[in-house]
Each structure stands twice: as structure tokens, then as C-alpha cells.
Design a protein around this ligand. Structure first.
Ligand SMILES: [Zn+2]
Length: 61
């Protein structure tokens, strides 16, 4: 049994995530981290550790 690898999507990539939740301490603070690709879109998912909400502002570094 061989694992199917999607050549178009790297298994992990560095992204800059910026929380956009007002009232969150990390609002507007970009955090760079390594993100792993998911099988279904959205491929990369960020989660704010401060306000516990999904981060939609993800940009490649
Ligand atoms: Zn936040």
C-alpha cells in the first residue's frame, strides 16, 4: 500500500498567520509558523492560541 502524495501541495510550509479578531491581544500581530497541508480545503488552517478562533489571514513567508 502506497500513500498518495499530492505533488502540488507541499506537506508543510511556512506561513505568516495574523489574527484579525478585534479585542484579541494578537490582533494584527503576524506569527510565523509551520503549517501542514490538509487533505480537504482549506489546505492550511491557522488557529489563534490567544482568542481560540480560526485565522483566515495566512500568507506564505
Ligand atoms: Zn486571536
Amino acid at each position: 500500500m502506497t500513500a498518495q502524495v499530492d505533488e502540488d501541495v507541499p506537506p508543510s510550509t511556512k506561513l505568516k498567520a495574523t489574527c484579525r479578531t478585534e479585542a484579541c491581544q494578537m490582533n494584527g500581530e503576524p506569527i510565523t509558523g509551520t503549517y501542514f497541508a490538509n487533505a480537504e480545503p482549506p489546505t492550511y488552517r491557522g488557529w489563534c492560541g490567544e482568542c481560540d478562533r480560526p485565522i483566515t489571514d495566512l500568507v506564505p513567508v
